[in-house]
Design a protein around this ligand. Structure first.
Ligand SMILES: *Cc1c(COP(=O)(O)O)cnc(C)c1O
Length: 378
């Protein structure tokens, strides 16, 4: 069998999307900041407890807003993992800041909080954490370090919608946070994202940056009698059709997460024995982290084994993929960033990690993935 019958990802539609898009169409406002945008933002505020949520075109755009809000100067440093998507670094590089990479933990593949303090210099301004696979970083320790050193914490919670750390929703803990609604994430809008503001001091300026540097939001609340250009800014907000699509998804966010967790758990149980036999390592979820089943991955013995495994599964029509090439090994990373110490876990685990198909609708085909995977290892 050579046809690709089990893709790695397949966007899930709830069935309500077109109805809401039609409503937006009928309503007649297609530009952003309309009724659907406000509904989505309110939902996000209620479900995370943040002071303010602002929809954006992407998580990338939300991270760029966060970097603007910090007023970074050229040469300022932001501590972050190298094992992440380019946008975590790019948002700060665009401001002339320098990402400083530290290594990740072996259990969750998240920023190793014990390495942060050694990476702090007098130029450090912020810590950007990434909740890999929707599993929380050690936020208590990280927030305490930030407080001790007067740093901001930005959560790249692109993968963390509906996850929690000690019962606190991801995205609600750092000073600022960003969600992604890209079609490869759990809750989607095609392309989309959200800036979450937890430190209320940022709210007013965030609204201004979001509205192209104008005080339009204050004008619509009747706080000023005309609106004008008051600061830097850009067009960060999506149109109402995107917000209408997202509204359908947010309303099903709990059900989507529940179904993903079932698929995740099914893999996890099926692979307990091969893990015991030393074939690979399964993901680790610390007891105080409630995850959202964004991803199921395995850690194989090395990169050569991974290439062979991906090729073998592909021959059976099952698409498995590797994940990040560490940023410090990429050409732009070498030019624009710096590392604090060596990053052995990042380098080894990035080579060993393989992601398995996980999407709503896989239910009927998951047995086939499990069967082929067991056959490969037997
Ligand atoms: C997906 C992702 C992004 C980018 O999200 P977009 O919405 O596509 O901009 C950023 N960071 C991480 C960790 C991601 O997984």
């Amino acid at each position: 069998m050579t046809d690709l019958s089990i893709p790695f990802n397949k966007p899930y539609m709830t069935g309500d999307e077109l109805r809401y898009i039609q409503q937006a169409h009928r309503h007649g406002q297609l530009a952003g900041d309309g009724p659907f945008t406000r509904r989505c933002q309110q939902w996000l505020e209620t479900h995370t407890g943040c002071s303010r949520a602002l929809l954006t075109h992407s998580c990338t755009a939300a991270l760029e807003m966060a970097a603007l809000l910090l007023d970074l100067q050229p040469g300022d440093e932001v501590i972050m993992p190298s094992y992440t998507f380019v946008s975590t670094a790019n948002a700060f590089v665009l401001r002339g800041a320098v990402p400083v990479f530290v290594d990740i933990r072996e259990d969750t593949l998240n920023l190793d909080e014990e390495l942060i303090e050694a990476a702090i210099t007098d130029k450090t301004r912020a810590i950007a954490v990434v909740h890999y696979a929707g599993v929380a970083c050690e936020m208590d320790a990280i927030m305490a370090i930030a407080e001790r050193h007067g740093l901001y914490v930005i959560e790249d919670a692109a993968q963390g919608v509906m996850s929690a750390y000690r019962d606190k929703p991801l995205g609600s803990i750092g000073h600022l946070a960003a969600f992604s609604f890209h079609e490869t994430k759990n809750v989607i809008a095609g392309e989309g994202g959200c800036l979450l503001i937890n430190d209320a001091r940022f709210v007013e300026r965030a609204e201004i940056l979001w509205e192209k540097g104008t005080d339009r939001s204050r004008f619509f609340r009747g706080e000023v009698d005309k609106y004008t250009w008051v600061d830097v800014g850009s067009s960060f907000l999506p149109g109402e059709l995107i917000a209408a699509f997202l509204w359908a998804q947010l309303n099903h966010a709990e059900a989507i997460t529940g179904r993903r967790l079932e698929l995740w758990q099914r893999y996890h149980e099926a692979f307990a024995l091969p893990e015991q036999q030393g074939r690979f390592r399964r993901p680790v979820i610390p007891a105080h982290c409630r995850h959202n089943a964004h991803m199921y991955y395995l850690l194989l013995e090395d990169g050569a084994r991974r290439a062979e495994f991906i090729a073998a599964m592909k021959r059976h029509g099952i698409m498995c993929v590797f994940h990040y090439v560490p940023l410090h090994l990429a050409p732009a990373g070498q030019r624009l960033c710096r590392t604090a110490g060596r990053l052995p876990v990042t380098e080894q685990y990035a080579d060993r990690l393989v992601r398995l198909p996980l999407w709503l609708g896989l239910e009927e085909k998951q047995d086939e993935v499990i069967r082929q995977l067991r056959a490969y290892w037997s």
